[in-house]
Write a protein that binds this ligand. Structure first.
Ligand SMILES: Nc1nc2c(ncn2[C@@H]2O[C@H](COP(=O)(O)OP(=O)(O)OP(=O)(O)O)[C@@H](O)[C@H]2O)c(=O)[nH]1
Ligand SMILES: [Mg+2]
Length: 305
């Protein structure tokens, strides 16, 4: 008898949701950066545990939305939770204990998520992440406080980075999947279209390099994706920034920054796609990128959220 189902991984921005998803899947399916609000739309990754296929749905961080893109991202995250057979609420334990502005915001987001779960009548598994970065005694206090909300069925202490505690969590998730035939072929780990995955990889490199300088509304689109006769792939992508003043930031001195981004993305793409890749990057200014309906449709986001 096989099992299969969906697990939504929800949480405040930067909790480690994408890191956890990748780690459980055992392959990179979702991009990770130190910047908050990296994930913009739900990304699926397929993990296997014994007879169970666990489809993890990595979601955008849930926070107090202000702009249109924020609202669409948060709506998509809750949508992922609505449809799932199980929900993991991932919490950055270090942020629960810190007192920087970002930590306080994260705590507000965590409390709001617990309330949201309660309102939706959803039970969730609480996973305290980044235990590698905090003292064990402090963790107990944090987990006690959150558990008292009554919305959680279990608590796990994990590190998505080191893998600590993940075997236990994975077994629990497998047991919660309904009896069903598998949803994906055995060897499939991701289901993002290659063009979109390629754009995500470049966006990751862009943010890894420029997370402090770039506004979060920067975006990447794949505009050409061709097989060539010699077995290589030819990709063209456009990096959108919001202001003319951001173009030189992305280019860097003598184009060095863009070159670095391109070569990092190209290396990773070649490995992922199993073919040599020729990658051509363009930088364009589009002040209204985040206000264009067609962009949302391309990412599966609701423009009117
Ligand atoms: N120390 C430590 N850092 C972690 C752990 N898990 C994730 N991180 C780091 O936390 C940062 C955010 O990780 P992501 O996986 O992108 O977080 P996310 O929740 O997907 O973030 P958004 O998509 O922006 O909502 C990255 O710098 C990770 O390397 C962990 O277990 N321990
Ligand atoms: Mg993410």
């Amino acid at each position: 008898m096989t099992r299969a189902g969906f697990v939504a991984v929800i949480g405040a921005p930067n909790a480690g949701k994408s890191t956890l998803t990748n780690r459980l899947v055992g392959a990179k399916v979702s991009i990770v950066t130190q910047k908050v609000q990296t994930t913009r739309f739900p990304v699926r990754g397929v993990a296997i545990e014994g007879e169970a296929q666990i489809v993890l749905v990595d979601t955008p961080g849930i926070f107090q939305p202000r702009r249109r893109l924020d609202r669409a991202m948060v709506r998509a995250a809750w949508g992922g939770a609505e449809e799932a057979d199980a929900i993991v609420h991932l919490v950055d334990a270090a942020a629960q204990l810190g007192d920087s502005g970002a930590d306080r915001r994260a705590r507000e987001d965590v409390d709001a998520i617990a309330l949201g779960l309660k309102r939706h009548g959803k039970a969730a598994i609480l996973a305290l992440n980044k235990v590698d970065a905090v003292k064990r005694e402090a963790l107990l206090e944090v987990s006690k406080g959150l558990f008292e909300t009554g919305v959680y069925t279990d608590v796990f202490m994990i590190s998505a980075k080191t893998g600590s505690g993940l075997a236990d969590l994975k077994r629990t998730l497998a047991a919660r999947m309904p009896e069903a035939p598998w949803l994906y072929p055995e060897d499939q780990t991701a289901d993002l279209p290659a063009r979109l995955m390629a754009a995500e990889i470049t966006r990751e490199k862009l943010y890894l390099r420029l997370h402090e300088e770039l506004p979060y509304a920067a975006a990447v689109e794949t505009t050409a994706f061709e097989d060539r006769k010699d077995g290589s792939l030819r990709l063209e992508q456009t990096i959108y920034v919001q202001r003319e003043s951001q173009r030189p930031i992305v280019l860097g001195k003598a184009g060095q920054t863009l070159k670095w981004i391109g070569s990092k993305a190209r290396e990773e793409l070649a490995e992922l796609l199993g073919h040599p890749v020729h990658l051509f990057l363009h930088v364009e200014v589009d002040e209204h990128w985040a206000e264009r309906r067609e962009r949302y449709a391309a990412l599966g986001l609701d423009f009117d959220a």
